[in-house]
Design a protein around this ligand. Structure first.
Ligand code: HSE
Length: 438
């Protein structure tokens, strides 16, 4: 990397994001060159499917089905790994470092599950890796955590970072349609994958919050410690009851830094209707950060798609070009050096939405309230709807702060009461109060 007249890039993988990157580099070439301080030249692209080449304008750009050619190409300074997954992609990234190339990638699964190996190898070979496209598509959250809000100690992140789930929950809320119907529609429209498990079970959001938490909380994270719960069991009734009590349901990815330990989790969450995150609808994403001194900062935008994510990867290439002229020493130690323990879910404290299906008869409310009291759980609001012909009805409680372990024990006991007709359900509630004071 001695020639500083341009950044020469090889792209591996011309799927959705790779194609979006190529188009972005072509459409915005002059602006990108101005911001990068040099032109960014696309030298070669690789994809195992040669059909992809004809869908793009690749005049003057070398095409190959062999990723190795890009890694070995001495003209290339920076490799864009955009094939995804943790198999071949891992080899490509490691080999690129060994070949003396910097890397840009949108691969959240790779970074969340192989962080130590990837970042240590980058350091070992004095290479840089940028990964804005890995979290929140077009939203510049990674560069913000390192740069724009990099002087602040972010202690809390609440994020909507899975567009598939947000699309489904929004349609359930606004149209009163059930989970299965909306999922089918999302698949037809291409918002949900044919196998949507990864998104709706919370894995995708889990990978993304693991990356954000490592940067914000300055800690290595073992992905197995990230608590994951998806949206499969959410019903329209839950969403309606919560709404009436003042809360909106979202799949939230959460990271909290207590300095000696952290929380890092993904689960359906009620948030106050008036919180900004409650108005993030459809496939949009948003990341709401809080830092003492700074207060809240929220970034909102398109969390997926060819051009939004292509823009994010192109912005990483701008960083890579700047690295060429002003290389700071590389340190990614936060990703592997110190591991703050992740709090056990039984020990987290929060508020809860509890829904019990009960026989509509005298004394039921008193029985349930008594059990909640026994477990130190105080109710902040409740509602009951009229019983149907079967004589059963739902009762919903919102609680004040309680220990999750106590809530689970209370629900176990409630479930054993004769008057309770189904396993009670609980959904966590986050009030997302802004931390402003140092
Ligand atoms: N599948 C993701 C989503 C987009 O639904 O948000 C890529 O991370």
């Amino acid at each position: 990397m001695t020639d500083k007249s341009s950044l020469r890039v090889g792209v591996i993988g011309l799927g959705t994001v790779g194609s979006g990157l190529v188009r972005t580099l072509q459409r915005n070439r002059d602006r990108i060159a101005r911001n990068a301080g040099m032109p960014i030249d696309l030298v070669a692209v690789a994809d195992i499917n040669p059909d992809t080449f004809s869908r793009l304008d690749l005049a003057g750009i070398e095409t190959t089905s062999d990723a190795g050619r890009i890694i070995r190409d001495e003209r290339i300074d920076c490799v864009a790994e955009l094939i995804g997954g943790t198999g071949i992609a891992r080899d490509i990234v490691l080999d690129a470092f060994r070949a003396g190339k910097d890397v840009v990638t949108a691969n959240k699964a790779l970074l969340a599950t192989h962080a130590e190996e990837i970042f240590r190898t980058a350091e070992q070979y004095h290479r840089k890796i940028h990964f804005e496209g890995a979290v929140g598509g077009g939203i510049p959250i990674i560069q913000s955590l390192y740069g724009g809000i990099g002087a602040a100690t972010v202690t809390q992140i609440h994020a909507i970072i899975n567009g598939t789930c947000n699309y489904i929950l929004t349609a359930m809320e606004k149209q009163g349609r059930n989970f299965r119907d909306v999922l089918k529609e999302a698949q037809k429209l291409g918002y949900a994958e044919v196998d949507p498990t990864f998104d709706i079970e919370g894995h995708d959001a889990g990978h993304k919050i693991a990356i954000l938490a490592s940067i914000a909380c300055n800690t290595a994270i073992d992905f197995k410690d990230v608590h994951l719960e998806g949206i499969r069991d959410i019903t329209v009734d839950d969403i309606k009851f919560g709404k009436e009590l003042g809360y909106t349901l979202k799949l939230l990815a959460i990271a909290k830094d207590y300095q000696d330990s952290i929380d890092v989790r993904v689960h359906p969450t009620f948030i106050p209707n008036e919180n900004l995150l409650a108005s993030v609808h459809g496939v949009h994403n948003a990341v709401y950060t809080c830092a003492p001194g700074l207060g809240a900062v929220m970034l909102y935008g398109r969390g997926a798609g060819d051009l939004p994510t292509g823009n994010a990867v192109a912005s990483d290439l701008i960083q890579a070009a700047r690295d060429k002229t002003a290389r700071q020493p590389v340190s990614y130690r936060n990703f592997y050096e110190k591991r703050k323990p992740v709090r056990d879910m039984a020990n987290i404290e929060g508020s809860y939405y509890l829904r019990c299906i009960v026989a509509d008869q005298a004394g039921v409310l008193a029985t349930i309230s008594h059990i909640l009291g026994e477990h130190n759980i105080s109710v902040s609001s409740m509602m009951q709807t009229e019983a149907g012909k079967d004589g059963v009805c739902p009762i919903v409680f919102m609680t004040h702060n309680a220990r999750e372990g106590n809530v689970k024990k209370a629900l176990d006991k409630i479930a054993r009461q004769d008057v309770v007709k189904a396993r009670p359900k609980f959904i966590r509630l986050e009030r997302i109060e802004e931390v402003t004071q140092f």
